[in-house]
Design a binder for this molecule. Structure first.
Ligand code: SF4
Ligand code: MG
Length: 331
């Protein structure tokens, strides 16, 4: 498979009163062409910051990029300036957010917002851009696209706005779509429809997707691979199959116990993960999950585990996977 995106040792901090929040602490992952990758974790785990760093949507300062590399289509983009990023954003990378109202322009019709990026990035004539806008609205399942084109965001329902956002994000046929909790604000039925639209478009257009979510159900629906983040780090990575059937990190196991599954028995209880993530102004020296982990050993407190390979595609950052764990435990 062809690599589309390669993130290596990304470190992002935020200067706040009282110190520096180390929001992303050495994150590495890749996305292949045509692949859908989910990044999951609780709020504050660094998943959105990671996504926004890829698109350079976080202002520096207050954010500080400590180190790392972001290669997109083989090109290093981590030091790209705003002008260089503008050529990539919209055209090569599209993004959709949880609340389309914050990213849609309330004063412009939906149609002109789709046309705008086509004219800007694809040098299309107004006529062609309009035809493409109608086609995009049809593709995302908006009925009467010719009429809907002339309406404003407030005339759309929540689900329809999210469809319109997808139409805008995909109009220029970007190689990568980054979706940050795109269905979180929607009810379950609409959520399922939106995920269906994304999946269909991904298959039709060959777009790669990064799906940021706290909901493993969403990931199961859409993604080929999952990256689990906790306290600014990737703690586990694997295919959907591996993560759902054979999770290795206690945090991943906890996440799976805390979301309703489709085949959930009625009397089966969801178990929330107790406790709170560590303060990332003073991140712990050892495993970030230590205070909440039932399996924690002595070694976990002082030493942060490295990745252990479970298979060619699965790896997890946990001392339990160390063959010497029992001895280390005694040390
Ligand atoms: Fe739990 Fe230790 Fe594994 Fe961290 S390294 S998840 S504390 S067992
Ligand atoms: Mg977020």
């Amino acid at each position: 498979m062809e690599r589309l995106l390669e993130v290596d040792d990304l470190q992002v901090s935020f200067q706040v009163r009282g110190g520096e929040v180390k929001a992303v602490r050495g994150v590495s992952f890749h996305v292949d062409k045509g692949e859908a990758v989910g990044i999951v974790g609780e709020s504050g785990c660094g998943k959105s910051v990671t996504a926004q760093s890829i698109m350079k949507l976080i202002p520096t300062p207050p954010a500080i990029m400590r180190s790392g590399s972001i290669r997109f289509k083989g090109e290093e983009i981590i030091h790209h300036n705003e002008k260089q990023m503008q050529k990539i954003r919209g055209k090569e990378m599209g993004m959709i957010f949880q609340d389309p109202m914050t990213s849609l322009n309330p004063t412009l019709t939906i149609g002109s917002q789709i046309m705008e990026s086509l004219i800007k990035h694809k040098n299309m004539s107004a006529k062609d851009a309009k035809a493409r806008a109608v086609e995009m609205l049809r593709l995302v399942g908006i009925p009467n696209p010719d009429k809907r084109l002339n309406q404003y965001p407030h005339e759309f329902s929540g689900g329809m706005r999210q469809r319109a956002m997808i139409a805008i994000a995909l109009a220029c046929d970007p190689s990568l779509l980054i979706a940050d909790e795109p269905t979180t604000a929607l009810d379950v039925t609409i959520q399922a429809q939106i995920l269906r639209v994304m999946k269909d478009l991904q298959q039709q257009m060959g777009t790669s997707i990064i799906m940021i979510t706290h909901d493993l159900g969403v990931v199961a629906e859409l993604c080929d691979r999952v990256i689990v983040m906790y306290a600014g780090k990737v703690v586990e990575e694997g295919t959907i199959e591996e993560i759902f059937r054979n999770p290795k990190h206690p945090y991943t196991k906890g996440l799976l116990r805390s979301v309703p599954s489709l085949d959930q028995k009625k009397d089966e209880k969801l178990v929330p993960i107790l406790g709170t993530p560590p303060d990332l102004i003073k991140p712990p020296a050892g495993c970030g999950f230590c205070d909440r982990c039932d399996m924690a050993m002595k070694v976990c407190k002082d030493h942060d585990p490295d990745f252990y390979e479970v298979s060619g595609t699965q790896k997890a950052r946990c001392w339990l996977l160390d063959p010497m764990a029992q001895e280390v435990k005694q040390a």
